[in-house]
Each structure stands twice: as C-alpha cells, then as structure tokens.
Design a protein around this ligand. Structure first.
Ligand SMILES: Cc1cc2nc3c(=O)[nH]c(=O)nc-3n(C[C@H](O)[C@H](O)[C@H](O)COP(=O)(O)OP(=O)(O)OC[C@H]3O[C@@H](n4cnc5c(N)ncnc54)[C@H](O)[C@@H]3O)c2cc1C
Length: 374
C-alpha cells in the first residue's frame, strides 16, 4: 500500500525531474518545493519538527522508489534525513534541533556531511582538519573534498581533530557550520560522471570561528557518531541500488519482449533470457540481504557485517544489472538521452561513496575472522 502510494506520487509529480536536473545541473527550488509538498523531506525526523518520523525500513522503501526514476533523487532525501540530520536529532542540543530541523523538513535548508579530505579518503582517521580551542569556541582549519552537494547545503557537519594524540579514538569532534560563515568557502565544485546534479564540492576552512553552541554532541565523540550511523548509510545506498536495478530489469524485459530481430522477439533468445535471469536472481539476493540487515537493527542490535554485505552486493549488483540493460537495449541504451545510460553512469558512483567495495570487503572479512575460536 505504502509503496504504491509513494510510487504514484513520484510518477505523478516527479517524472520530469531527471530531465530538469540534467538541464539545470542542480536541484531547482521548484523541485525542492515538490519534495517538501510530497512529504519526502525530513522523513525520518520527528513530527514536532515537521518530519514524518518514518522508520529506517520505510525510509529505505522511499529511497528504492525514488531511485526507479533516478538514483540521484535520493540525495535530496538523505540531505534532510540522512547522516547529519539524524545526528542532530540524536545528539544535538534542544537549541540546535529547534534551529535546524524544521528548516530541513520545510525545504528551506539542506545539509552536507564533510569527512573526506585530500589525504584521508578510505582511511578517514588520517584526517588533518583541526579545531583549536579559542575563547568562546573553536577555530577550524583544513580542507574537505568530494563532499556531496556542498554547493547546495546551508549547514555542514564537519569532522575535525580536537585531540591529535587520540585521533579516531576520542580525538575527533563534529561541528555544525552554517553557510555562509567567515572563512568557509566551497572552493571547487566538480561534476561526476553521473547526473549533472550530483556535485562534489571542496570545502576550505580558513581560521573559521565556531561557537561552543555549534559543537554537535560531546567533544571527542564525532567519529563514533559517524561510525554509528554507518549501518543506516549503507542500507540507504543498498536500497537506492535495489530500486534502480528493479526498474532496469523491468525496462530490459519490456524491451526484450517488443524488440524483434531475425524475425523473433529478443525475449525468445536464450542469451537474453539468461541476462534477465541473472539480474532477477541478484535482485532477489539483494532484497534478502537488506531484509536481514533491517531485521537485525529492528531487533535492537547493529546490522554490522550484514550492512556492509548489503552495500557491497547491492552496489556491485546494480552496476551489473545496468550493464546487462545497456546490452539488451543495444545502441538505444548508450545514447546520452537514454534513461538506461543515465542509470549506468549514476550507479557506478555507489561502488565508491559511503565506503568503497574494498573497504566493505575488509570489514566483512574482519567479522569472519573475529569468529575464529582462539
Ligand atoms: C559519489 C561520491 C559521493 C561522496 N560523498 C561524500 C560526502 O558527502 N562526504 C564525504 O565526506 N565524502 C564523500 N565521498 C568521498 C568518499 O567517502 C571517498 O571517495 C571514499 O571514502 C574513498 O576515498 P578516496 O576516493 O580518497 O579513495 P582512496 O581511499 O584513495 O582509495 C582508492 C581505491 O583504493 C581502495 N583502497 C583503499 N585502501 C585500501 C586498502 N587498505 N585495501 C584495499 N583497497 C584499498 C579503495 O577501496 C578505492 O577503490 C564521496 C565519494 C563519491 C564517489
């Protein structure tokens, strides 16, 4: 029921969004307004802030459905209900919650999450951005890069070192930095190989004063807040990849049924059927992994390695499904204007963001090895 009503809203009000994002290279104010009107902004935030207080399971479902149209649409949802917003809801002061959360739900502002640095990507603990104690607050210096929608955000959650000796073990803190703030600049914005609207910005922090009231949660706990929300981030990515893969399979099956070559539909050829069969099987396996991870979280625990497995498998699966979809569509699948080609490019990004495949494999292997008896 919920899925059908979400799908109807998306198909009815958002069908032109992929084209608009390509034309404008960003989410336009009209698009943001539509997200807000449909109730897709701040969906995980409490109702008192204007959110829908949705469960993680329902959030994943919304992301799946948006991704059928374009995986990039999910960014607008996570920017108002993902890592930074949920950290404010969980660890923010009453004043921070009052100041920021209603604006996220209404579409007046968006967040970005600034962890990665030029010399600290997969190894996030190698960061060098620092926050020094000064009278009444902190002074931040450093560079963050590859930050999703940094050029669209009005609020940044910036991770900085507050204790060099401790680093990731209690020496990293989270700061809420408004844009504009003196000393903060989004100095470079790169387009990715995916949708023009998925921009990655470089943020320069030059002697930025941040008042004590802008520290998020406890000093020294920033890294643990980020790591604690990783389960949700990984399931978010897995759900986005699942939704896109389902749509690609449906489009491939429809094309194979209608396209005739050598006097018969493509769908009658075993070579094509096997591609459809492999995609369907891998999609079903992804559904199982996401379910298992959600059940572990709903039982009150952490999804741990299951979330890594879901993120790893879903992101690699979706790219394989997209590759088969391009093959089944022939030249029609590689045109710049083709939604199949657009999905192929967008989905490639998910194998790197939110912890690349190699890092997920590293974490999964660690959990396997931990179970070996001493
Ligand atoms: C689309 C997209 C959106 C992003 N959005 C954000 C964002 O909003 N905020 C943010 O903070 N960051 C963001 N990032 C950055 C992302 O977190 C990093 O790109 C990612 O952590 C990898 O870091 P890197 O690019 O520096 O690659 P590197 O760390 O240099 O790694 C390069 C390659 O080597 C592999 N590798 C690294 N170490 C090992 C190892 N020990 N063993 C085996 N293989 C290894 C990696 O898996 C990767 O394939 C985004 C990235 C992308 C692509």
């Amino acid at each position: 029921m919920l899925r059908q009503s979400i799908r109807r809203s998306i198909e009815g009000r958002m069908a032109a969004f992929p084209r608009d994002m390509a034309a404008h290279g960003r989410f336009t104010p009209d698009m943001v307004r539509t997200f807000a009107e449909l109730g897709f902004l701040g969906i995980r935030l409490d109702e008192r802030w204007g959110g829908a207080a949705m469960s993680l399971r329902a959030y994943c479902l919304v992301q799946e459905e948006l991704s059928r149209l374009s995986p990039i649409l999910s960014l607008m949802v996570s920017s108002t209900s993902g890592l930074a917003p949920m950290a404010i809801q969980r660890h923010g002061t009453a004043e921070q919650q009052r100041r920021y959360l209603p604006q996220l739900c209404s579409g007046q502002s968006r967040t970005c999450f600034a962890l990665t640095e030029p010399e600290a990507g997969s190894d996030a603990a190698a960061m060098t951005t620092t926050a020094h104690r000064v009278s009444g607050g902190w002074q931040l210096n450093g560079i963050k890069h590859f930050i999703t929608l940094a050029d669209d955000a009005q609020l940044m959650m910036v991770m900085s070192i507050t204790d060099r000796a401790k680093r990731a073990r209690g020496g990293v803190s989270a700061f809420l930095v408004e844009i504009p703030t003196p000393g903060v600049s989004v100095s470079r914005v790169d387009r990715t190989i995916g949708s023009a609207a998925w921009t990655l910005g470089e943020i320069t922090l030059n002697e930025v004063f941040v008042a004590d009231s802008q520290v998020l949660g406890d000093i020294g706990k920033g890294f643990s807040y980020a790591m604690a929300s990783l389960d949700e981030g990984r399931l978010n990515v897995a759900s986005i990849c699942l939704g896109a893969a389902r749509w690609l399979l449906e489009a491939s099956a429809a094309h194979a049924t209608s396209r005739v070559t050598f006097g018969a539909p493509l769908a009658s050829r075993q070579a094509i059927q096997w591609m459809l069969a492999d995609s369907a099987t891998e999609i079903a396996a992804t559904e199982g992994l996401i379910q298992a991870a959600l059940e572990a979280i709903e039982a009150g625990g952490s999804a741990g390695a299951l979330a890594s497995m879901a993120k790893l498998y879903a992101s690699e699966m979706a790219f394989r499904v997209a590759d088969r979809a391009v093959q089944i569509h022939g030249a029609a699948g590689v045109l710049d204007s083709s939604p199949i080609g657009a999905m192929f490019r967008d989905l490639r990004l998910f194998r790197i963001g939110e912890g690349a495949s190699e890092i997920q494999r590293m974490l999964i292997a660690r959990s396997v090895l931990e179970q070996v008896p001493n």
